[in-house]
Design a protein around this ligand. Structure first.
Ligand code: PHE
Length: 452
């Protein structure tokens, strides 16, 4: 019989879990990554594929991942080993946990660098450096930041220490409360920005760009990117949601919980897009700005709107918080594993993982300046880390989750954990995890490498 409570603790309420999982999901992926990838890939059609991936692949796999975590009640590696044993399956399922730990560590290394940009922008906004800025000036401010490795290193270090401090104290302390106030505040601020975009930006152009699909502009690789973005933004496929699920009480409804998390995450991403593109088009910029997109466009709005210094500072502060609550979930699976298997204490385990990710993060930030000539397939270190994790490791993890839940676990175990009384929802979900999600992931992979 699996344990009913994890040794690492348990969320006080179902709402606490929803908040923590939302905190993990909502982050740089929604506000920094979604707009820039959508911008680079032609908008409309990309957004539509992304939304389809969220609904048909992301949501069912999130339910699967929570289900596994709650049943196993341990770090993802040990959860998979326990569940495989329970079902009489091979120990190699433990590998799935290892892939997740690796993915989390790789993501954290560059995530902390980008969160460092947001930290730097808190101070730029606060000191009024955006006032009267035009598009060219804004691009210069951003470029100057990237060209300064010492500055980037300082912010990256600060963010990594912030992350490690929370994880070292355990997932429950303080965090539950922080998310309750900060997430809604972020949403309110995004709505303010959308309001500004409606009044001052080229709102119709932005709307058309985001929602008018032009499928001729959609490359097979863009489909892979849309799927990767769906996994990245929902924190799926690497054990973060699994480990949070392991702290969820047995009574909570997995379906309802997943639905809330997915809805909140999607709303934030779409609001970010609605805020950013009208400002961008009004400034005559091209949507293909790459990773600098929000850092080049948003200062234009903050530099012009009334109380721009206040709103700008607040926005980047909230962005840092959103990134923070995501970053902690990136190392939690590794830390939980080290505590379980190496009998390390939390503080020490966290320090080790954070230091390793910090070191790799230095390579990522140097790839923006001194090492910019070192590339592989035209990509620098940061780019490679981002591409490899979001588009390959996370979907691979998701594929394995779908296989395990849909094909290897007995339906009795699945049902006893999910306890969906509504027959219809269960049938649809089971069909999605068994067939739609794994087949779709496989097809997108094959198509992206040109095999079909
Ligand atoms: N979902 C987070 C974001 O959108 C990133 C993340 C990915 C966090 C994977 C945990 C695991 O920013």
């Amino acid at each position: 019989m699996p344990a009913t409570v994890s040794i690492h603790g348990q969320w006080s309420t179902r709402l606490a879990f929803v908040l923590a999982a939302t905190g993990s999901a909502v982050g740089l992926g929604n506000i920094w990554r979604f707009p820039y990838i959508a911008g680079d890939n032609g908008g409309g059609a990309f957004v539509l594929v992304y939304l389809a991936c969220i609904l048909l692949i992301g949501l069912p796999i999130m339910m699967g991942e929570i289900l596994l975590g709650r049943r196993g009640r341990q770090s993802p590696i040990n959860t998979m080993l326990t569940l495989a044993r329970e079902e009489g399956l091979s120990r190699s399922w433990g590998l799935m946990g290892w892939i997740g730990v690796l993915a989390g560590f790789l993501i954290l290394s560059f995530y902390s660098v980008i969160a460092g940009w947001a930290l730097a922008y808190v101070f730029k906004a606060g000191t009024g450096s955006f006032s009267g800025l035009d598009a060219e000036g804004s691009a210069e401010v951003f470029g100057a930041m990237l060209a300064n490795p010492e500055g980037l290193l300082a912010w990256h270090t600060i963010f990594m220490v912030m992350t490690a401090m929370v994880v070292a104290r355990g997932v429950r302390s303080g965090l539950e409360r922080a998310v309750t106030i900060l997430m809604p505040a972020l949403v309110v601020l995004l709505i303010v920005l959308v309001g500004y975009s409606m009044a001052q930006g080229a709102f119709m152009d932005g709307l058309r760009f985001l929602f008018q699909p032009d499928f001729t502009a959609l490359s097979p690789n863009a489909v892979l990117l849309a799927m990767g973005q769906a996994f990245f933004t929902l924190s799926l496929g690497m054990g973060a949601i699994m480990v949070y699920g392991s702290y969820l009480s047995s009574e909570a409804s997995i379906a309802k919980t997943s639905g809330s998390v997915v809805a909140a995450d999607t709303v934030v991403a779409l609001l970010a897009g609605l805020a950013i593109f009208p400002i961008l088009f009004a400034a005559g910029l091209s949507p293909e700005q790459g990773p600098g997109l929000i850092f080049v466009t948003l200062p234009l709005a903050f530099g012009e709107m009334p109380f721009g210094v206040f709103f700008g500072t607040l926005f980047f502060v909230l962005l840092v918080f959103a990134a923070w609550t995501s970053a902690i979930s990136l190392i939690e699976p590794a830390v939980a594993f080290m505590v379980e298997n190496l009998q390390l204490n939390r503080v020490f385990a966290t320090t080790v993982v954070a230091m390793l990710a910090w070191t790799l993060g230095i390579a990522a930030l140097l790839s923006l300046n001194v090492w910019s000539d070192y590339t592989l397939f035209d990509r620098g270190v940061l780019d490679i880390l981002d591409y490899l994790t979001a588009n390959i490791l996370l979907p691979l993890g998701g594929f394995l989750i779908a296989l395990f839940v849909g094909w290897r676990m007995t339906e009795r175990s699945v049902q006893s954990e999910l306890r969906l009384t509504l027959g219809g929802i269960y049938t649809v979900w089971y069909f999605l995890v068994r067939y739609v999600a794994p087949i779709a992931i496989l097809l997108v992979f094959l198509r992206a490498v040109g095999l079909i």
